[in-house]
Design a binder for this molecule. Structure first.
Ligand code: ZN
Length: 79
């Protein structure tokens, strides 16, 4: 669990630099965690009441996918 700062272009070859494991920000503490270690949080901005005329897909669109770091997730008993 090293806290390394800066972007040294050289990696150990475990992960490809600039791959899909982009760091994500924890919604609770704001810490940047690698996405593989982040816990997805579903935060729905659901339109609670069913509004006539509103496409249901819009409800899905308004759901944001966010991430929490493991410690916050544990703290909140999400994992
Ligand atoms: Zn956190």
């Amino acid at each position: 669990m090293g806290k390394r700062r800066g972007k040294s272009g050289k990696k150990w070859g475990h992960f490809k630099a600039g791959g899909r494991s982009k760091p994500v920000e924890c919604v609770y503490c704001g810490k940047l965690v690698p996405r593989v270690k982040a816990v997805p949080v579903r935060r729905g901005f659901r339109i609670g009441k069913q509004v006539p005329g509103v496409d249901r897909r819009r409800v899905l669109v308004s759901t944001r996918k966010e991430y929490a770091c493991i410690s916050c997730a544990k703290h909140r008993r999400m994992i």
